[in-house]
Design a protein around this ligand. Structure first.
Ligand SMILES: NC(=O)c1ccc[n+]([C@@H]2O[C@H](COP(=O)([O-])OP(=O)(O)OC[C@H]3O[C@@H](n4cnc5c(N)ncnc54)[C@H](O)[C@@H]3O)[C@@H](O)[C@H]2O)c1
Length: 254
């Protein structure tokens, strides 16, 4: 028996770098997945690939800027699989690579909406459904930038600090009611987000410094984040609640 056998898990940002790898890890551990993203073709392809290997997964498009879409996503999870045991709130947008004095309110709001407000809304509706079936586990993707800052990333740094805050707040709200809520703080991970950021000198100028800060002198592979999510979503982490788990090769310890 595998550690997520039969557990119904919803993942957002499932078509992205960390999301795709995490879908494979979670399905490999026996989870039944609801995979969500705005990238329909890529998301459907991941669900199809999991099903073709004998796993259980469906894809549902949901734009996390809408509370109605988030509520519908949770409802579909429960109507399709009968329950929701876990959620990996992983979707996110990168910063605009601009210092705060040049950052527009629209840029600030765009990142706060997806990287923080959507995490709150996901937790809200997931917790309602989990309370109805006796509990569950929620994992939110924050970042090392939830604890430290780099230049030209004010809206992202603020949002990711907020993800750690709402994770702890939710852990306090639901800890006695059977729902554990934790955050993962990835270091730099090889994904399309980092490829996009690296095109901009305002970010790429920091890449060497960031690599050196990772004590292991390399960046993460996306599956290494998925493995941490697998553990936190499983009953093996039954007394782990409200933590900000760095999965960063020692970057935050440096
Ligand atoms: N890559 C890194 O180095 C790194 C480091 C720390 C934290 N993170 C965080 O990890 C998470 C995953 O990042 P990634 O590197 O895999 O990025 P990615 O860009 O490869 O994937 C992000 C996914 O989120 C989806 N998404 C964006 N806006 C959405 C919306 N409105 N509704 C639904 N889905 C939406 C995208 O379509 C994409 O598939 C993010 O929260 C990111 O902030 C990444």
């Amino acid at each position: 028996m595998s550690d997520l056998d039969g557990k119904v898990i919803l993942i957002t940002g499932g078509a992205g770098g960390i999301g795709t790898a995490s879908c494979q890890v979670l399905a490999g551990a026996g989870a039944k997945l609801v995979i969500s993203d705005i990238a329909v073709e890529a998301g459907q392809a991941i669900a199809d690939a999991i099903c073709s290997k004998g796993g259980e997964a469906i894809f549902m498009r949901a734009d996390l800027s809408s509370e109605e879409a988030i509520e519908a996503l949770v409802d579909r999870t429960v109507s399709h699989f009968g329950r929701i045991d876990g959620a990996f709130n992983n979707a996110g947008l990168e910063q605009h690579n601009t210092s705060i004095d040049q950052l527009s309110l629209a840029q600030w709001n765009a990142v706060m909406q997806i990287d923080l407000t959507a995490v709150f809304l996901c937790i809200k509706h997931q917790a309602r459904a989990m309370l109805a079936n006796g509990g569950g586990a929620i994992v939110n993707t924050a970042s090392g930038l939830g604890q430290i800052a780099i230049p030209n990333a004010g809206e992202y740094v603020a949002a990711k600090h907020g993800v750690i805050g709402v994770t702890r707040a939710a852990a306090a709200d639901f800890g006695a009611k059977g729902i554990r809520v934790n955050a993962i703080l990835p270091g730099i991970v090889r994904t399309p987000m980092i490829e996009r950021l690296s095109q901009d000198p305002a970010f790429s100028g920091h890449i060497d410094g960031l690599r050196k800060r990772h004590m292991m002198q390399r960046f993460a592979e996306p599956t290494e984040i998925g493995e941490a999510a697998r553990w936190l979503l499983s009953d093996r982490a039954s007394f782990v609640n409200g933590i900000a788990l760095a999965v960063d090769g020692g970057a935050l310890a440096n």
